[in-house]
Design a protein around this ligand. Structure first.
Ligand code: HEM
Length: 174
């Protein structure tokens, strides 16, 4: 069976970053189109209500977590061993980190967009149904948010255990 090298496994962090920045930027462009902007304003964006879920929450997290954080994590995993001479504590954690973050951020974005559009339409046409639908928003976002947070925790643990592991080339012999 063909083996995939450790640094080739990091490519998915960069693919996720490029895809997320693309989605986040298209989202940003669409939300300044006047008809979409006035619809978002009418459902509470950016201060509260369903509009707040679409702008800024969905937009911010796709760009910042999906785009910037995945780029930062992939780059750190590539550079840290080269700068310190240390071996990464765990390649399995690198993989776990990616998938928890990936499902977390895309789940979070999907939840914000689906509930934002759904509740936004109900807010304008049927406020009683909106309150009913909103009961499901909390648990769904909590699951997606926790998945994102697990990604961040794994990242932090892997970096700390790498840095506290066997010494690398950053320390000088006297
Ligand atoms: C475990 C990861 C994360 C979770 C679960 C999470 C969740 C949330 C939630 C629920 C809010 C809404 C607060 C409100 O309703 O006012 C929020 C706001 C925000 N988050 Fe995150 N977040 C996470 C990580 C991040 C990271 C890493 C960044 C940036 C790099 C970020 C950027 C923002 C920004 C800019 C806002 C403010 C949006 C506004 O203006 O209302 N988040 N986040």
């Amino acid at each position: 069976m063909r083996q995939v090298s450790d640094h080739c496994r990091l490519v998915k962090y960069f693919l996720m970053s490029a895809t997320s920045l693309f989605i986040g930027a298209m989202h940003g462009m669409l939300q300044v189109f006047p008809p979409i902007r006035s619809w978002l304003d009418s459902i509470g964006s950016p201060y509260g209500g369903p509009g707040h879920m679409i702008d800024p929450l969905a937009h911010a997290h796709m760009n910042l977590v999906g785009g910037v954080v995945s780029l930062a994590m992939g780059t750190t995993y590539y550079l840290l061993p080269r700068l310190t001479g240390k071996t990464l504590y765990s390649q399995r954690l690198v993989q776990h980190n990616f998938w928890w973050l990936f499902f977390g951020v895309y789940g979070f974005y999907s939840a914000q967009m689906i509930f934002g559009i759904w509740e936004g339409n109900l807010m304008l046409h049927d406020r009683t149904a909106m309150a009913h639908v909103h009961h499901f928003y909390g648990p769904v976002v909590a699951v997606a948010g926790t998945s994102m947070a697990v990604g961040f925790i794994i990242y932090f643990v892997n970096i700390v255990l790498t840095m506290t592991g066997p010494s690398g080339t950053c320390t000088k012999e006297e």
